[in-house]
Design a protein around this ligand. Structure first.
Ligand code: DHB
Ligand code: MG
Length: 223
């Protein structure tokens, strides 16, 4: 097997079949999203399994997701919650949110998931006003230019030991290019500079290849 997308797909498929797990509710969610024309950019099954393991490793009961899309990751996150756990997931696109809500309901997780519709920069202050949190794990997977803003908010609404995970930070390697003209890439560079100067967290970034190409995620733990 060579080093290329075909191989990345094959390995993700193999890991998906052997370890990551798949079932009807997840397939239904993917099918519904595809049928409605949503972008096929949800996390891969192996990435989803990692998120579930992270939820369990920190014993997360209060989980926040930014960027619901079709609800695939929300179903996985909600399933990893312990008794009494709750997932709040934010989606700016009302059409995506309605579809995700239906998929989450069909998966039998409606009671565990609180889906809020609207730009996160508006729904986050509302959450703060309600006094929700602190969150034990926050998964940032929304509009990429705002990742540093979402990270700052998550950090202010976490507790020692909380995890904050941000998807899509490596962006085909452009993370290393200070001259990149892509605002999404510049945002990930700012995230890293902010993390470097932030005494409240311990963080690293892991590059990944897989069915979603070459990318990577940042994982930070609150000290
Ligand atoms: C895009 C967004 C994602 O969250 C992702 O994992 C891959 C791609 C995008 O907006 O293109
Ligand atoms: Mg993503």
């Amino acid at each position: 097997m060579g080093l290329g997308q075909e191989t990345f797909d094959a390995v993700d498929a193999f890991v998906g079949e052997t370890l990551a797990g798949h079932d009807e509710a997840l397939q239904d969610a993917l099918d519904a999203a595809a049928a409605a024309g949503l972008p096929q950019i949800q996390i891969s099954p192996p990435q989803g399994k990692l998120l579930q393991m992270l939820v369990r490793m920190v014993g997360a009961k209060a989980v926040l997701e930014l960027g619901t899309l079709g609800g695939y990751s929300a179903i996985l996150l909600a399933r990893a919650l312990p008794e009494g756990g709750r997932l709040i997931t934010l989606e700016s696109n009302a059409e995506y949110a309605a579809l995700a809500r239906a998929s989450i309901e069909r998966a039998g997780l409606g009671d565990l998931v609180d889906l809020r519709v609207g730009p996160a920069l508006e729904t986050l202050p509302a959450l703060a006003d309600e006094g929700v949190g602190p969150f034990d794990l926050t998964f940032i997977d929304a509009d990429k230019v705002n990742t540093p803003n979402y990270f700052a908010w998550a950090l202010d609404h976490s507790r020692p030991g909380s995890l904050i995970v941000a998807d899509n930070v490596v962006r085909d390697g452009s993370l290393a290019d200070g001259a990149s003209a892509d605002p999404a890439t510049q945002a990930q560079r700012r995230l890293h500079l902010a993390l470097a100067a932030e005494p409240r967290v311990t963080a690293t970034t892991i590059q990944t290849v897989g069915s979603k190409g070459y990318d990577g995620f940042t994982i930070a733990q609150v000290n």
